[in-house]
Ligand binder design. Sequence first.
Ligand code: NAD
Length: 468
Amino acid sequence: MKFQLLINGELVNGASQRDIINPATEQVVASSPVADNKQLEAAVLAARQAQKSWAALAMEERGECLKQLASAVESNGAEIAELITLEMGRPIGLSHFEVQLVLKSCAFYSAQRLDPEVLLDDANMKVAIQHVPLGVVAAILPWNAPLYLAINKMAPALMAGNTIILKPAPTTPLATLKLAELASSIFPKGVVNVLTDNNDLGPALVKHPDIDKIAFTGSSATGKKILAAAAGDLKRVTLELSGNDAAIVLGDVDVQAVAPALVFGAFFNSGQICAVIKRLYVHESIHDELCAAMAAVLSQAITGDGLNPDTHYGPIQNKEQFDKVKDFLHEAQVTGNIICGGKVPEGRGYFIEPTLVSGLSDGDRLVDEEPFGPILPIIKFTDIDDAVDRANRSPYGLGASVWSADLQLAQDIGQRLEAGTVWINQHCAIDPSIPFPTSKQSGIGVEAGRAGLLEYTNLKVFNINKNS
Ligand code: NAD
């Protein structure tokens, strides 16, 4: 299968090529184009030239294009899901789920409208507000949910009347390049551009004077560099960054019932999600029972190639991240007690068994930092105030959850947690229609939901004196 860049409505070859590795087999699955600076300039120029006429269309017309894209994605859903599994490693069922989320995102945003709102209209004056597009958006993406994170930027950016340049992570460009192919025959030229790279074009996009907004998902370390570089011309930014989500489990839960949900909330996508549970605080009265119940759930899990429909947990997406997660694992083996898992299977593929670790506490690296892999520390607590303090004692604040049979008590505790999203009796329940806000060093701004659409607009006020 041939993959090409999308620049100014044309599918074109890259200036060079790079091999894309399947993390389950360490084999090359495809060759991806790599754009150079000249192609980046061409994409920015095309996006700039297309923006005014795209913004001049009615939102209904822009929404129509998005619906056509959704229908093309749906028709190619099986191929796209397979590409996601091949490049990212996740189980094929979860890749189909990602395709469904893409369709939901297109459906949600294509129905959104940004009508002007009249604040005041009397004999003397009229004041109205409207949301106007920013111009050209560059979306810079990570490797853990390649297509969902792309569409959740592209759909609102385009609906608001912006044009876009998508830059996927260098190791997971394939599904996004397939999206480029589908978009090429739907959108006017220059409205959607897709560039893939060798991890080198991000800084050039951020600095480019003809780009008005950076929509970024990735690590906090990169997010800070982007914020600093964007300050030069005060570019707008949305930064969705790292997380170290805490879940607090009270002593009144039905242990056997919550164990599978907690395992799901922590090990979804083998832990490679910004908002999965990364620290599990459990009341001492149920600590041992819950550890055993979660270990029992994981003992049934199959770790392997995501193309096998029986697989529950796929590999770590790339070698660099695999080495990083192995470091966390080795440290946990020395400082904590491995409840289950803990092995790196022999043979090909970047696999790590889903691992539960007890005996660690705040101050240990696995508790304080995000491994972004399938290792979960379980920490005993006695006093709920202490658990809340410990959950909040983190520079990150993406998500958090409270688990209890008492919904009111759980919500009261949730009010005290510093996080963009607080879930009760679930974790990582995301949907394109629900805003996904950031807090603390987990980012700036909001993705998804109507708030995610407004992030791609400037507020403009019309203030009219009727008596002149
Ligand atoms: P990363 O920050 O290394 O890379 C993300 C993207 O940024 C890539 O496309 C990369 O090419 C580009 N990039 C790298 N340096 C850049 C620079 N100086 N300027 C501009 N662009 C640059 O992140 P990653 O390793 O791909 O992803 C893992 C991280 O992403 C984790 O920390 C995870 O928590 C976070 N994440 C956050 C969310 C969220 O919604 N908050 C979602 C998914 C992942």
